[in-house]
Write a protein that binds this ligand. Structure first.
Ligand code: PHE
Ligand code: NA
Length: 457
């Protein structure tokens, strides 16, 4: 059977942007930038985007387009001994999917709570107490794996029904169609919140804190590592995803331009989120008479504790803006989850010559079942562990291995570049090879060593 294909170029770009724009943009980027030099962070960040983000995106798009396979198949066609790199990345994608789904489920529940702020005044107590029913995150709750948390269980079923439903329909009628709806809607909803946020009292205090450049910081290696780490996670590279999506491109699709468009759209969304989040934090800090530093945070705490609090104190239309915020998380998250699940679905589909239906039912089904564990009280403990493990060991190392293999062992950079330049308007030159064979391996190698040292000590 012929390989499926995107309907249009825009459809592919929207899907790639949909994968990139996710929870990482909304709750990770603003805090990472703030903690690592504020306005000064943009220098290492842009450097990382141009030396690693976009060059690697071009590499992954090229692998998928040239070899027309899921990540394991594309790596196998690149070199018969390289297939395992693809499987490693697929394995990372699989683990991420199991807990990414749970967070989207929480966001669905909170979209519902947002209507009349049923999280109450003590939003932290509500999350850990009523909503998650006093889970002992420090462990020791494993004995309660059997007891489901109903407020998580049903939204989680919704998450999987949508994701698997989309994937059953295939590349064009499923993935492309879903992103055509989700991404424009997400942009409009998110813009509305950002516009409202920057007109709140105290917004400027927050923006000042966010953009104030701390130039002395950018000499520290940690800041550069943070910039590269953010770019990798945020662009969904080294997760096999972009290889999978580009394997559905038509023969004559432009690769280099598509990579630039995807990279810059993702970064624009991050900047937008930074502005929105810090404007809102400035409002909250001002209202409660504390410094921005005291309310700034990231991750689950920012989204499910601080934001509900901000929405409680909103000067009107609280429900509306609450729904917009959590609705945005849901849309950004779902379009990313779809891409993660498609990655291992495509992997097993190619390997075992399965129909899409069977591969989705088996691969997606397995992830869904495992993720249900995270909807139990004991399972939530694993959520933290899985996230930590993936970010510490998985990503930098998988990225490192793939660039070194392609540029130094298999030595295919010139051939891949020729392929990409052959179909692209904009041609890459020496910088592309230098970035992938020298700069990126050095930075990723440093990150991998750093991670190992901090984990051992
Ligand atoms: N890029 C997504 C984000 O910024 C996260 C993601 C990671 C998506 C890995 C798919 C794979 O949130
Ligand atoms: Na992102």
């Amino acid at each position: 059977m012929a390989r499926e294909q995107w309907g249009t170029r825009a459809g592919f770009i929207l899907a790639a942007i949909g994968s990139a724009v996710g929870l990482g943009n909304i709750w990770r980027f603003p805090y990472v930038a703030y903690e690592n030099g504020g306005g000064a962070f943009f220098l290492p960040y842009l450097f990382a985007l141009l030396t690693a983000g976009i060059p690697l995106l071009i590499m992954e798009f090229t692998l998928g387009h040239k070899y027309r396979g899921s990540a394991p198949l594309s790596y196998a066609r690149l070199h018969k001994k390289a297939e395992w790199i693809g499987w490693w990345q697929v394995a990372i994608a699989f683990v991420i999917s199991t807990y990414y789904a749970v967070i989207i489920a929480w966001a669905i529940a909170y979209t519902y709570f947002a209507f009349n702020q049923s999280w109450g005044e003590d939003t932290g107590g509500f999350l850990m107490g009523e909503y998650l029913q006093r889970i002992d995150l420090s462990g020791g709750a494993l004995g309660e794996v059997g007891s489901l948390v109903p407020g998580v269980f049903i939204p989680l079923l919704v998450v999987w029904a949508v994701t698997l439903g989309v994937l059953f329909k295939g590349v064009k009628r499923g993935i492309e169609m879903a992103n055509r709806i989700f991404i424009p809607l997400l942009v409009v909803m998110f813009l509305l919140i950002v516009i409202r946020a920057i007109t709140l009292e105290g917004a400027l205090v927050g923006l000042d804190a966010f953009f104030a450049p701390n130039w002395s910081e950018i000499m520290s290696p940690g800041v550069w590592v943070a910039a590269y780490g953010q770019i990798f996670f945020s662009l969904s590279i080294a997760f096999a995803i972009m290889i999978t999506y580009s394997s559905y491109l038509g023969k004559k699709s432009d690769i280099n331009n598509n990579a630039f468009i995807t990279g810059f759209s993702n970064s624009s969304f991050e900047l937008l989120a930074g502005i929105g989040v810090f404007a809102a934090l400035g409002f909250m800090a001002t209202a409660s008479g504390v410094g921005v530093d005291e309310v700034a945070s990231a991750g689950i705490g920012l989204a499910f504790v601080v934001f509900p609090e901000i929405i409680n104190t909103f000067p009107g239309m609280n429900g509306f803006f609450g729904v917009l915020f959590f609705g945005s998380l849901v849309l950004a998250g779902l379009s990313s989850l779809i891409s993660i699940v498609e990655t291992f679905v495509a992997g097993i589909q190619d390997k075992f010559k399965l129909s899409r239906t069977k591969a989705v039912a088996f691969g997606g089904g397995l992830s869904a079942v495992i993720s249900l564990l995270f909807a139990t009280q004991g399972g939530l403990f694993f959520l933290d562990t899985a996230d930590y493990f993936i970010n510490q060991f998985g990503v930098a190392l998988a990225g490192l291995v793939s660039v070194i293999a392609v540029s130094w062992f298999i030595r295919k950079l010139p051939e891949l570049q020729g392929h990409a330049n052959g179909v692209s308007d904009f041609k890459t030159g020496l910088w592309w090879k230098v970035c992938l064979s020298i700069i990126t391996p050095i930075v990723l190698g440093y990150m991998a060593i750093q991670n190992t040292i901090t984990n051992i000590t």
